[in-house]
Design a protein around this ligand. Sequence first.
Ligand code: PFF
Length: 452
Amino acid sequence: MSQSNREQWTSRFGFIMAAAGSAVGLGAIWKFPYVAGTSGGGAFFLLFIIFTLLIGLPLLLCEFVIGRSTGKEAVSAYKELAPKTKWHWVGIMGVVTCFLLFSFYSVVGGWILIYFGKALTGALSNPAISYEGLFAETISDPFIALGAQLLFIVITILVVSRGVQNGIEKANKYMFPALFILFLVIMVRSLTLPGAWEGIVFFLKPDISRIDSSTILAAMGQSFFALSLGASAMATYTSYLDKNVSLTRSAVSVVSLNLMISLLAGLAIFPAVFALGFSPAQGPGLLFQVLPAVFSQIPLGGFFLICFLALFFFATITSAFSLLEITVASLTQKKPEKRRKASWYAGLGVFLLGIPSCLSYGVWSDVLIFDKSFFDAADYLVSNLLLPVGALFISLFVSFKMKRELLQSEFVRGSKIASRFFGIWYAVVRYVLPLLIVLVFLNVIGIVRFTQ
Ligand code: PFF
C-alpha cells in the first residue's frame, strides 16, 4: 500500500487524544501510586517529575520524529532511516517489549472488569467488607481472573482490528476528557476526608534520605512506562499523523496531561490511604483496595465507583490499543488487508503469554523467578530493563544516525517558537539522555555510586 492511502489521524486534537490515551493508563492511575507508595512517596514523585521532563519529553519527541518522518510503523521506520544496518532491531525489540508488556497489562485490565462487574451488582458497597480480603479473593480465582483477562484482550482486538481512525481515535476523543473530570471529583472527596493531611505530606514532601538506587531506577522506569516510551509505540502512533501538525506542541501537551493525571491519582489516593488507615506500601492492590473504600464514604458512592471503574477501564484499554497496534502494524505493513487476522493472532498470543502472570496471584503464587512472581518479574523486566534500554538505543539512533536537517525540519514544523529549543533538545538527546540512562544502570549494579 502506498503511503498516500495509509490511514491518518483526522486532526491534531485527535492525535493528542490518541497519544495521551496511549500514555495515560495503568501507568499513571494504578502503577504510579503503588510504586510511589512502596518507593518513598514524595522523593519518588520528585524524581519521577525530573525524569519525565529531562528524559521523557525529549524522548517522546525522538519517537515522534521517527514516526512522522517516515510515516511507517516502527520496524520499517528504522529500516528506511538506516537502510542496510541492524537498527531495525530497535523496532523489533519494541514489538517484543509491547507484546510482553501487554501480557501482564491485560491481567490488570481483567481485574478492572471484575471490579466493574462487582460494582454493578453492589458487591463493593457493603460497609462491612474487608477491601484487602476482597482484592485477594477476586484476583486469585483462576477462572474468573483468566476469563476477565481474555475479555479485556478481545475488546482490544475488536477495536484495533477496525484500524486507527475508526477505532482508536474515536474512542479516545471522548474517554479522556471524561476521565479527567471524574478524577477531580474523587480527589476533592479524598482531600476532604478527616486525616487526609498526612497523605498529602507523604505524597508531596520529598524526603531525600529515602532516595536509593532502586528508587531512582523505579522512577526512571515509571517515567518511560507512563509515557509509553522506549518501545517505539509512540513512533508507530505518530506515523499516522499529518505532516503539518507541530510535534513539539503535541509532545508538551501529552507530557503535561500525563503528569497531571499522575498528580491527580496521587492526590486522590494518598490522602485516603492515611485517612482510612491503609498502608501506602500495599503493592499492586493499592488502588483496588483504597478507592472502593473512599467511595463507600460518600453519598451515591456506588454510582461514582461505577463511573470511575468505567473510565479507568477506558484509560487502560486506550493504552492497550497502542500495545497491540505496534505488533499489528508491523505484521501488516505490507498487507493492510490482513489487519483483522493479525489482530486476532497477536491478541491471542498475548493471552497465552499472560497466563503465568495472571495465575501468579493465585495458584502459581509460589512460583518465583529471581524472588519475584511471574507478574512482578515481567513488569520488572519491561519497566526497568527493556524500556530504558530501548530508550537508550532510540536516543542514540536519533542523534547519531538521523540527519540533523531532517530532525530540525520535523522539530520546528507547525510551531513558531520550537526553533529556539532545537539545539537544546539535540544536545540533550545526544549526550544527557544516554549518559543518564547508563549512569542509572551503573548505579543499580553498583559500579557507580551516587546513592547509598
Ligand atoms: N503508558 C501506558 C500506561 O501508562 O498505561 C503503558 C504503555 C503503553 C507502555 C505502550 C509502553 C507502551 F509502548
